[in-house]
Design a protein around this ligand. Structure first.
Ligand SMILES: Cc1cc2nc3c(=O)[nH]c(=O)nc-3n(C[C@H](O)[C@H](O)[C@H](O)COP(=O)(O)OP(=O)(O)OC[C@H]3O[C@@H](n4cnc5c(N)ncnc54)[C@H](O)[C@@H]3O)c2cc1C
Length: 405
């Protein structure tokens, strides 16, 4: 049986949440550290077994409409699922709703031609291939996407792409990249100069330079971020998504729902770190018969983290509900607020959980250090904190008039 948001009663949805939580806590959490330490080709095989099980339970692709073989959950419902999947770093991958594939699936569903859907979307939905999104360039400030030096020049029926990208997450082993490249450099509207083009990674001229080490961890396969040079990379003009110059407009459509999913994933991480912090505080004795949890500083951290996580969740679910009701273009402030607010709650909760664990907290014997390394980026990708705060403030101040003496 497949599910859709309209078909799911609250009771059925609660049952699904329970089923997913049970699976994540009992099947994923116990093996996550082992999986993350395996070479990707071995981790991949183990993850595939888990994916087969998830498919068999009809819990596959919770964010995708039923017509495309997913569960058809609303943004709010998928947000709640995303929190549970976030309890383990392998959760989203096992349910095929991981970034950057999830965003690419959305783009292909909305803008792909029939041929692109068959060739790229179907295998992605099925979990047979992976993909990546290649926009940021080392030589240009990614927070201003108008600064872009990757060009796709049309020659006959082909685009010839030249450029240098980095932080193309999960490019290692991906079958295709969606590349942001300038196709119309002289268009008077700078937001109409760029296009999104599908580039199979086997194309001559798609040169993966390296996986970039992140705080000492280079990663591999899905868990990696690549530097790529596009050197005279030729693809058919039919690989463009939408029309020439639509690149930014298409990118905008993936931002709202993507941020809900990320933020709820971060809340899942917070809940796990919080739980670990509480368990450790209760059991770690610092003097005879007295545990860490009796220290007022630790009590303050636990109370403050609880308040921050609760507040963060309410903010995100409110934004998700508003996107479902009013469309993401009418919820810009809320989307920017959750992006910087939740990323900072995440960083604080992880930091406090590590501090409570003492030296153990910075070892790789618990999952906390992996998250601390890999989730610091949360305050940078999808728009750094400062950009979102500035956007929110500009919107707020639009409603104020200067007072004249
Ligand atoms: C883990 C991770 C995964 C990523 N995955 C991808 C991916 O899959 N594909 C992809 O294309 N990119 C990806 N990125 C890149 C990401 O989108 C960029 O890092 C981001 O857009 C910021 O660009 P930048 O790093 O060039 O920083 P810059 O734009 O150079 O900014 C540097 C710093 O300046 C400050 N700043 C910038 N603008 C302002 C402003 N207006 N006001 C005040 N301060 C400001 C901020 O503190 C910012 O951190 C990823 C990044 C990370 C960390």
């Amino acid at each position: 049986m497949k599910h859709s948001s309209s078909e799911l009663s609250e009771q059925n949805f609660e049952k699904i949440l329970f089923e997913i939580r049970d699976f994540v806590l009992n099947k994923l959490v116990p093996i996550e550290l082992k999986i993350l330490k395996l070479p990707w080709n071995e981790a991949f095989l183990e993850l595939n077994h888990l994916r087969t099980y998830v498919k068999s339970k009809n819990l596959w692709c919770p964010q995708i409409p039923q017509t495309y073989g997913g569960m058809g959950l609303s943004n709010k419902q998928h947000g709640m699922v995303s929190e549970i999947l976030g309890l383990s770093p392998i959760g989203h991958y096992v349910f095929n709703c991981q970034a950057p594939d999830a965003g690419n699936m959305e783009i292909l569903m909305d803008f792909g031609t029939d041929k692109q859907i068959e060739k790229y979307l179907r295998p992605l939905l099925n979990g047979d291939i992976r993909s990546c999104f290649s926009m940021t360039e080392p030589q240009n400030a990614g927070s201003n996407p108008l600064l872009m030096d990757t060009f796709a020049v049309r020659e006959g029926n082909e685009y010839i792409i030249n450029g240098h990208k980095w932080f193309t997450s999960s490019a290692d082993g991906a079958d295709f990249a969606i590349v942001m490249a300038v196709t119309n450099p002289t268009h008077p509207n700078p937001y109409k100069r760029t296009s999104q083009i599908i580039v199979p990674t086997e194309t001559k001229g798609f040169n993966m330079v390296r996986n970039i080490p992140i705080m000492g961890d280079t990663g591999e396969g899905y868990f990696s971020h690549a530097e790529i040079r596009y050197d005279h990379c030729k693809v058919p003009v039919t690989n463009i998504l939408g029309n020439e110059g639509d690149g930014f407009a298409i990118a905008q459509t993936r931002l709202g729902p993507g941020r809900i999913h990320h933020c709820m994933r971060w809340i899942g991480i917070c809940e796990r770190a919080f739980d670990m912090m509480c368990r450790y505080a209760i059991s770690r004795k610092t003097s005879l018969g007295k545990s860490l949890s009796e220290k007022q500083t630790i009590q303050n951290w636990i109370a403050e983290c609880r308040a921050e996580i609760n507040a963060a969740r309410l903010l995100v679910l409110d934004a998700a509900e508003k996107i479902d009701k009013h469309g993401q273009e009418n919820v810009k402030i809320e989307i920017s607020i959750i992006k910087f607010y939740v990323a900072n709650v995440l960083q604080n909760v992880l930091d406090k959980a590590i501090q409570v664990h003492g030296a153990l907290g910075i070892t790789d014997d618990t999952i906390l250090s992996w998250w601390y390394r890999h989730e610091r980026g949360a305050r940078i990708y999808d728009g750094p904190d400062e950009v979102h705060k500035s956007r929110v403030t500009k919107e707020i101040l639009k409603t104020y008039l200067p007072v004249h003496e």
